[in-house]
Design a protein around this ligand. Structure first.
Ligand SMILES: *Cc1c(COP(=O)(O)O)cnc(C)c1O
Length: 484
């Protein structure tokens, strides 16, 4: 047996990367990453060609393959086809970012593999996450006693918030069919998914009427809550948005907080996209009242430019979250050391998880908050500039004035079906790929969206976008007229 153990140890030895090997791999990876970043300006924002099937040519087998071959494969099959969220030309959906400092934080977190789930295991890692959460709470204007959890993204953050609201209300299965959640038609679809995951699929979800700028109307909400009570229903929560995905609409949070307060409703704000704008004066004004929310979500992988995998749930009273999420087990008994620090594992469904704090803490510490604020203010102005420019074009209709950094517009070529024209326009833009815009359907019509949020998107990116739009609509109109 001892001989066998020795032999197995030898066979497993490649898992412990020897220093020379480590140096070579690190050098190869950082050199690839550096080159990839240097060439980013030449790269498309969207690449229609390729679908990653080349990966299947290299099955996973008993023996390993060299790093160079693997990097070549990753480059060709993964880093080319599809959307390029690292590009400043990505202005579809809600753009992401990918701060290099954050990638280094991930690298360190993975190498040291600190266990950030419980304070006992890594007091420093947990304090670091809590420090990041406190910083986000300060951004919202939350009092002492607020807290939260760094999640993988906004969808999971919304889900945890819903479960906390459900538990706080003491809702039992038998109550679900009578419970009511108030939102608008503009709510992100992950909220509806989360409602189902939270077991609340039988609840009534009310789409409260909106004003002309697609914001929830507090008067209509108040009436609806009263009507629901009259009918014997049980109003549970308001699910508001601070920056809708379609067009960046910010619900009137202060007025909604008033309704939540007199009606005893949980007030949740989905600021996955909009939240980072709280760093700017304009954003703070637009989101006035957010500090009165019971829970808020913010996606650092959107407005704080982190790589994907970073969301945050913040609650005004961290005890409500703790009550809803914590649980203990006999094998966890050593971890129950007395401390004032809350542990992530007690505030979310996750136990073992990536040490997410470092990827947020490192860029904030290295760079300070000033460049973030400047970039976000730049985005707000860019969206307004673009909206004004394209609004001056003939045969172009614009949506409501951007409340944050999304501009909605649609091409209206004379004599052609506008929905068909806009569908073909967006297809043509995707095939071109130099910049990436996405489309949506609003009030029954197809619209294009220009969402600026990437820190690499600048004035020249938008000038180029306008040129591309001009070229593309001109060519497409000729074709479409010829087809008539
Ligand atoms: C992006 C987004 C979400 C979903 O967040 P993920 O991080 O993609 O899970 C939820 N709400 C809004 C308003 C969003 O923009």
């Amino acid at each position: 047996m001892e001989e066998r153990i020795r032999q197995l140890q030898h066979e497993a030895s490649p898992l412990e990367c020897a220093p020379e090997q480590r140096r070579k791999w690190t050098e190869a990876v950082t050199s690839y990453a550096g080159d990839w970043l240097d060439r980013l300006p030449e790269r498309k924002a969207f690449e229609e060609e390729g679908d990653g099937t080349g990966l299947l040519e290299l099955p996973i087998t008993e023996q390993g393959t060299g790093m160079d071959r693997l990097l070549e494969l990753i480059d060709r099959e993964v880093n080319r086809p599809g959307l390029n969220p690292a590009s400043g030309g990505h202005m579809g959906y809600i753009p992401g970012g990918g701060l290099y400092a954050s990638a280094l934080g991930d690298f360190l977190a993975a190498v040291t593999n600190r266990y950030a789930g419980v304070f006992f295991s890594s007091p420093g890692a947990v304090r670091m996450e809590n420090q990041c959460l406190r910083w986000l709470c300060d951004l919202i204007g939350y009092p002492e006693g607020a807290g939260g959890n760094l999640t993988s993204g906004g969808s999971v953050a919304n889900l945890i918030a819903l479960v906390a609201a459900r538990d706080h209300a003491g809702l039992q299965a038998g109550d679900f069919p009578r419970a009511v959640i108030y939102t608008t038609r503009q709510v992100h679809h992950c909220a509806l998914k989360a409602i189902r995951f939270a077991g609340l699929g039988e609840c009534t979800v009310r789409e409260v009427p909106m004003d002309a700028r697609f914001r929830m109307r507090p008067d209509a909400l108040r009436r609806q809550v009263a009507d629901d009570r009259d009918e014997g229903l049980r109003p549970l929560m308001i699910f508001a948005s601070a920056g809708t995905t379609d067009l960046g609409a910010v619900d009137p949070l202060e007025a909604l907080a008033g309704v939540a307060d007199d009606q005893g409703l949980w007030f949740h704000v989905d600021a996955a996209y909009g939240g980072a704008f709280l760093l700017t004066d304009y954003g703070r004004e637009a989101m006035r009242g957010i500090a009165s929310a019971d829970s808020v979500i913010i996606d650092p992988h959107k407005g704080l430019f982190l790589p994907y995998g970073s969301g945050a749930l913040l609650v005004r009273d961290s005890r409500t979250l703790y009550e809803s999420q914590h649980m203990s087990a006999s094998y966890m008994r050593d971890t129950l050391k007395k401390t004032d620090e809350l542990s992530p594992a007690d505030l979310s469904p996750e136990l073992s998880r990536h040490f997410r704090g470092l990827r947020l803490w490192l860029p904030l510490q290295l760079l300070g908050t000033a460049p973030f604020r400047a970039a976000l203010e730049e985005k707000l102005l860019l969206a307004r500039w673009f909206h004004r420019e394209i609004g001056g074009w003939q045969e172009m209709e614009t949506g409501p004035e951007p409340q944050l950094s999304v501009s909605l517009f649609r091409w209206t070529p004379e004599g052609l079906d506008p929905d068909e024209a806009n569908r073909r326009l967006v297809d043509r833009l995707h095939a071109d790929g130099r910049v990436f815009l996405s489309s949506t359907r609003m009030e029954g019509s197809v619209w294009l969206r220009m969402a600026v949020l990437h820190y690499r998107t600048h004035h020249d990116t938008l000038r180029r976008t306008l040129e591309i739009l001009q070229e593309t609509t001109r060519a497409l109109k000729e074709e479409m007229v010829a087809e008539l």
